[in-house]
Design a protein around this ligand. Sequence first.
Ligand code: HEC
Ligand code: HEC
Length: 500
Amino acid sequence: MRASLALALLFTGCLNTSARLDDLDAAAPLGEASWDCQSDEAFFRDTAWPKVVAVCAGCHQAGGQSGNTRFVLLPEDSAIADNLARVRDAAKLKDGATPLLLAKATNIITHGGGERVKKGSASYAILKHLLTRFDHPPTCAVGDPWPKTPIVKPVALADFDSEQTLAYLNKIAPLLVERFVGPSEMQKVIEKKGLAIPDVLKSFTEDPRLENAARRMIERLLTASGTRDGIDFSLPGNLAVHLVREKRPWSEILTAARCYDADDRAIDCDSGAPFTAGVLTTRAYLAGRASRFNLTRASTLMNAFACFTYPLPDDVQPRIDKTRLIPMFQATTPEEQSDDRATSGFGNGFGCYQCHGQFSLHAQLFVKFDRAGRWQAKANGLQDPEGELGNSTERLMTSHLNDPSAAAAEVSQVFGKPVQHLGDAAKVVASAPSFVPCAARKILNATTGTDAATTIDPALLAAIATAARARAADPTFADLVIATFSDPVVVASVLQGNQK
Ligand code: HEC
Ligand code: HEC
C-alpha cells in the first residue's frame, strides 16, 4: 500500500500536469523528452499532423476557407513530407517575434478560423515544440553529462527502491522507446523495485520504437541521414532498423550481405563492390567519409566499431613493415623524414610510422572506392601527380603503400589477421573482442549525450559485454540494451546525473 502511494505521488511530480496523467498509456508518446528523440518527419507524422495540423487543413487548403492565405496545406494524410515543408515555410511568418502559426491558432491575434488551439493545452505544446525544433533541433539524450564523480560501489539492482527505479526508467524510456513507463511495467516496479529493471527493459525492447533508437545511434555515429547528391544516406539507419526488427545479431551492422530500402525491402548495398560489409559498403559511409589517403573511412571504422583511436595498442594491431610504406609515412625520427611535405604539414614531421604504420593497413581496404562511394576495379592507389597530396586519379584516394601492385590491391591485415578485402576486414572487426564493449559504449554515448571523448570505466564496459554475451554469443541490439541498462553502475550513474 505504502509503495503504491509513494509511486502515485512520484508520478504526479514526474508528469507535472494532470492532462498528461490522462494520457498515461504505454502506447501513446507522452512528454517532450520523447519528442526530442524523434526526427522532424516522425514527430510531424505521428504527433503534430494527427493531433493539431490536420485540423488546420480543413480550412487551409486550396479552395478552402483560407486557401488564399500564405498557409495552405494538402488535405491528404499521405502528403506528410510536403505538408511538413509547408509548415516549415509558414513557421517563418511572424508578427514581431511571435510566430503567426501559434498566434493565429490560439486566436491571440484575431484568426479568421477562431481559437483552434487553447493556450497551455496539449495541442499547444505540440505546435510550440514543432515550431521550436525548426530553429533549435532538439538533442536526444538523458541530458546530464555522464557523472564525473565515481559511483560508490558496491552497488546492486536490489539497492534501488521503487521510486529510484521508476525515476531511472522514466529517464531512459523516452530515449529508447519514445515514451514513459507504461502501466504493466509500473506494476513490475511496484512489485520488484530495482530487480524489475531487466524485466522492464525486456518489455522496452519488445516496443517497435526501439528501432528508431538504433537508427538514431547509427545515423549519429556515421553522420548519415537523408538524401544528398543522389546518395541515399539512410541506408545505414535502415540496416540498423532491419537488424532490430528481425532480431539479428548487431554485428551484422558490419557483415550484412544486403541493404534495406525505406520499406525494409532487401536491396543491394549501393557501392557496387563485389563483396559486402554492411554499412561499410554503403555509399552513405564511403562518400560521407571520403578523405585523403582514405584516412577518415579507416578511422571511422576503428572509432565507431572498435572504439580505438590511432595509435592502437601494439598487440591489437601489428604494424606493417616500414619499408612497404611510401617514404612520407616511414619516418620514426627527424632524420628519417625525407618528404618536405611532412616536415611542413604534420606535427613535428616524424613519428608518422607510429600511427600510419597501422592506418595504412586499414586505409588500404578502401583504395578502390572513389569519392562518390563507388567501387572501381581500375583504381591503382597511386598519387595523382597533378592532384592534392593523398588524392589519386579518377576521384580515388592514394594508398600508403610503395609498391604499385600492392597499392592497387585491397589485400591487407586487420588486428593481425590477413584479409582479402573490406568484406573480410568487417568480419574481423565484428568478431573482435572490442566489438561488443564498443557497441555498449556507443549505446551509452547515444543515450547519455556523451561522446567518444568521455571516459567510461573499461571495467564497466567489460561487465556489460559479459552480460550481453551471456544473453547471446552474438548479441542483438536488444541484448545490448538490456545488458547496458540493467547494469547497476549505469543505473546509479544516470540517477546521480539526475540529482545535479
Ligand atoms: C475554420 C477555418 C480555419 C481553421 C480550422 C484554421 N484557420 Fe487559420 N485562418 C482561417 C482564415 C479564414 C484565415 C484568414 C484570416 C486571418 O488571417 O485570420 C486564417 C489565417 C491563418 C493564418 C495567417 C496566414 C497569413 O497568410 O497571414 C495563420 C498563420 C493560420 N490561419 C494558422 C492556422 C493554424 C495553425 C490552424 C490550425 C491549428 C488554423 N489556422 C486553422 C481559417 C481557419
Ligand atoms: C598519433 C597518431 C598520428 C601520427 C603520429 C601521425 N598521424 Fe597523420 N593522421 C592521424 C589521424 C588520426 C589523422 C586523421 C584521420 C581522419 O581523417 O580521421 C591523420 C591524418 C593525416 C593526413 C591526412 C590529412 C587530411 O587533411 O586528410 C596526412 C597526410 C597525415 N596524417 C600525414 C602524417 C604524417 C606525414 C605524419 C608524420 C609527420 C603523421 N601523419 C603522423 C594520426 C597520426
